[in-house]
Every structure is written in C-alpha cells, then in structure tokens.
Design a binder for this molecule. Sequence first.
Ligand code: PLP
Length: 435
Amino acid sequence: MAKKSSSEKLYKQAQKVLAGGVSRNTVYHEPFPDYANVASGCYITDIEGTARIDFANNMAALIHGHSFPPVIDAVIEQLKKGTAYTLASEIEVAYAKHLIKRVESFERIRFVNSGTEAVMAMIKASRAFTGRSKIAKAEGTYHGTYDFAEVSQTANPTNWGDINHPASVLLAHGTPKSVSRDVIIFPYNDVERTLSILDRHADEIACVIIDPVPHRVGLMRGTNEFIEAVYAWTRKNDALLVFDEVITFRVNYGGTQEDYKVKPDLTSLGKIIGGGFPVGAVAGRADVMKVFDPHEKNLLLPHSGTFSANPITMTAGYKAMQYFDKKAVTKLNALTQKAISQIREAIQLAGVPVSVTGAGSMFRMHFKATPPTTYREAYLSKEAGALVKELLDYMYYEEKILMINTFSCMLSTVMTQKEIDRLTEGLFRAFKAFK
Ligand code: PLP
C-alpha cells in the first residue's frame, strides 16, 4: 500500500482536533483516512491527485454523482436569495407536492436534516398516534443513531439466540437499559418466528420498522410473504407498519414500496432526496401525520428543527428528484443489472464462491456461493471480514475504485458502460488475486 504523505499529515492534525480524527467513523480507513480534494460526475480525486471511480456515492446519497450541473445551477441561484430563513419557503411546498405525487402512501410529509432524525420522527409519530411505547425492528439492522433504532445493531453470533433479550445487543455504552425494554427484535425474512415474537407483545407495539432491502444486514429484499405477513399482523393488532427507505428510495421511482402489494403507514427518507445536501423526511398517512399538526388543540408531537426544510437542501433535492424521473430510474437499474451479470460472469470465470444481492441501483457481494436471505446467513465471520477489507483495499489502491465497506456499490445516473467494465475487470483481477 503506497504511503500517502499529505493525507497522513492531515490525519495527524485531525487527531488533535476531531474526536478520533474524523467526524464520521465511516470515513476512517487503516492506517489513516484519505482526504477528498474534488469530485465531479462519477469520479472523486483525493488530495494526492489520485482519481477513482466512485461507487460509494457518499454512502448511497448521490443519485446523479458529484456536482450534477442542474443541481449546482439551481443551488447557486438559491444561494443568492438566502441560505436559511426563519420563515417557511415556497420551495419546500413545491418539493413536498412532488414527493407526494410520486408515492402512493405519502399524504403528508415533514422534512428534517438526516436519516437518523427521520427515523426518530417516524418512531415518535408512531408512539404519539398509537399511545404505545414499544417498537419492533429486525435483528442487526441499521436505522441511524437514535437510541431506540440502535438496539441490536451489533447483533452477532456471541449474543444472538437471545433474540427476546435485546439488552445483550445494545450498541452504545451507557444507553439506558430501559431503551432495550421498549425494542422488540425479530429475525428478518423469517415469518413464523417473527409473528410469534410480535404476538408476545401484541398490544404494546407502536410500529414495526422494516427496511425493505436492509444494507447492513445483507442487502437482500424482504420477501413478499414476509412483508405481507407483517403488514397483516399490524392491521390485526392496531400497530403501524413503517418503512425505513433512507437508502432504498432509489430502487424505484416511488421507492422500494412500489414492489409490494401492501403499503407502509409511514416512511422515513434521507440520502438521495437531499440532492447532495443533508436531509431527512418522514411521510405517510394524513391521519397519522396529524400528530405533528400545531393546529390541533391537543398537539401530540411537538416537532421543529432550525435547519429543517432548509431552502438550499429543498432546491437541490427537488432538482435531483426531478431528474430522477421514471426514465432515469429504469436506465440506471438496467445498467446495474448489466453490472451484476458481468460480475456474476467474473465470479464464475475466477471460480470463487461469491454471490450478489441487491435491488434497483444497489448491490452487495458476499463470500457465500448461495446468496444469503437472512442476516445470520449474511453475517461476515472475522476471517471473511478481513478478506473483504483486503479486497476493498486492492480495488481502492490498485484498481482506483471506491466501494462501500460492506463490499457494496451504489450506482449513479452519470455512470456508463465504461465504469461498469472497469469495475468488472477490477473485480475479476481481485478475485483471481485472492482466490
Ligand atoms: N436508515 C438507514 C436504512 C440508513 O442506511 C441510514 C444511514 O446510512 C440511516 C437511517 C441514517 O441516516 P443518516 O446517516 O442520514 O443519519
């Protein structure tokens, strides 16, 4: 691995001023993180001057890659008119109208500043609406860093099997034990066990949170059978079915929920809907979203945020989503399918036991001959984790390709066959080298 003096020097300074030397752990990279200088289209160049194809797209947040001209132009215009107001803005109304038209289950929306905040607002809204405190989430899933959403994020073979006692799988040290008492953990895509766990708390659950293609857990789709069974359970037990589509909104024009017969009551959004700026949103049924309504005599959920619906973010997000129309979604998903079939060929030619999961413009590779369908199947052993890290380093340093550290790629609309070929050929060489 080449020593990179500028990044190394910068990291030494960073360690003296930023906790752990970084502002988000995802950018940390052994022995020090790289620093970006400039990014344009599907390429990102670090301060050493090395350009790489960006298949990470800021952790899946950039649907048109970097510095997408229509977004940049619109943002420049908005910058001249002010960056943050104490008043509401026309652009947030226009953007809300666009999103509501786009997705069948969206009747009202609230904008916030991150996916974490969106999930938090969604959980609070579910509790306010139902008057219940417990939530249910799938083992190992990542839904951001709100205490209740974090429970079970660190589930692993040393603590699973104890699925009804999530106290053993809390993430952050010092999180009150009471938090885990209000979170029920179920095994994703396992209908029978999930329903039996939910049944034990039938009249206490405010919402069941589903990420329809959970990234951290394996990027496999929730099966129709599973989603429909959970939906039916929520109807029978007066609970809400809520989807976390912070990442998966990119899968179809109207999010992954388009693919299911049943629709969620609420949805959390983030990432691509900010057009490259920090964002989050919660959207869903009008009667549930009424909990936010300040007109109500008995306001159930006080909610605000200094930068919520920030006009720069609204401008960028609206423009990005206008350009992510049905045609663009279809084209991007077709390119991704092409990439996946080329990668499958490379896997076969290299003779390695690797499989691919994913949906829409996202995919993840696994060191398993058969694609995993549950978290426990997808779980990376220490040895497999170390191998993935070596492969990612190889792709990064030798092939000049940036991927997400779960061995995943999130494509952008500015990518072409050229980038797909470079990815496929690079992976083929990587598989051969590490066979
Ligand atoms: N929910 C899901 C499914 C996510 O993948 C993420 C972030 O990766 C979040 C929530 C949190 O979003 P943010 O990082 O914007 O807080």
